[in-house]
Design a protein around this ligand. Structure first.
Ligand code: PEP
Length: 251
């Protein structure tokens, strides 16, 4: 049994006071929803205050990135050790980081390893671009991303995967439930071939890309999909709550 997970990726949105306001709005209802892991990933600068606000809560926090070194002369970077004190999850390899910050599979692999070493649960994002999708290269791209950025032991450490087709992120053009299910099924098969059936069946794989309160049911009704990584809709308290509630009712 894979516990469903809904994670909100706030990206570079919310000031500290906006973050506190948004979590304060969601907390009472979000807290009550059972059998779904609920994760909020605000900007780094709000993590400490939100940790305090969520003291004793079943709602978890995640970061949106990290650097793989523990400490040192890396101006502007945030280390796994710093995050381990503040949150439980960390998004790694988001397509925006691959695209705007040139993150390679090799770098992403180091980040996943470093996150696991301090007990953080990485949410590793993979996904094909529009041109790759149209050229029929989706499976090859996903297999290459998985092979370069994950290793067998990461799965026993609780690694979570998020399949996020780049053409669906922030565009309002989500994949269909069937499309996402089929592709996540492929990802699971690939993991099974590389690391065995048991590992493939235990790993949680989320869908991400223009998920809303109106289309979440399409995804969570699919057997291969274990939840969602939600961008834009996670910034609206009512929408995020609805997404989590619907997931809890279906899964
Ligand atoms: C994301 O940021 O991972 C994402 C899927 O964004 P959106 O839901 O806005 O498409």
């Amino acid at each position: 049994m894979r516990i469903p997970l809904i994670a909100g990726n706030w990206k570079m949105n919310t000031t500290l006071s906006e973050a506190i306001e948004l979590v304060s709005q969601m907390r009472p209802e979000l807290e009550k929803i059972g059998n779904v892991d609920r994760v909020i990933c605000p900007p780094f600068v709000s993590l400490a205050a939100l940790k305090e606000l969520l003291e004793g809560s079943s709602i978890k926090l995640g970061a949106q990135n990290l650097y793989f070194e523990t400490r040192g002369a890396y101006t502007g970077e945030i280390s796994p050790l710093m995050l381990a004190d503040l949150c439980d999850y960390v998004i790694i390899g988001h397509s925006e980081r691959r695209q705007y910050f040139n993150e390679s599979g090799e770098l992403i692999n180091k980040k996943v390893k470093a996150a696991l070493k301090v007990g953080l649960t990485p949410v590793l994002c993979i996904g094909e671009g529009l041109a790759e999708n149209e050229a029929g290269k989706t499976e090859a791209v996903l297999a290459a991303q998985l092979d370069s950025s994950s290793e067998r032991e990461y799965y026993s450490g609780g690694l979570v995967l998020a399949y996020e087709p780049v053409w669906a992120i922030g565009t309002g053009k989500a994949a269909s439930g069937e499309q996402a299910n089929e592709t996540i099924g492929f990802i699971r098969q690939h993991i099974s071939r590389q690391h065995g059936q048991g590992t493939a069946q235990q790993v949680r794989i989320l869908y991400g890309g223009s998920v809303t309160a109106d289309n979440i049911a399409e995804f969570i009704n699919q057997p291969e999909i274990d939840g969602a990584l939600v961008g834009g809709a996670s910034l609206k308290a009512g929408d995020f709550l609805s997404i989590v509630k619907q997931t809890s009712e279906v899964k």
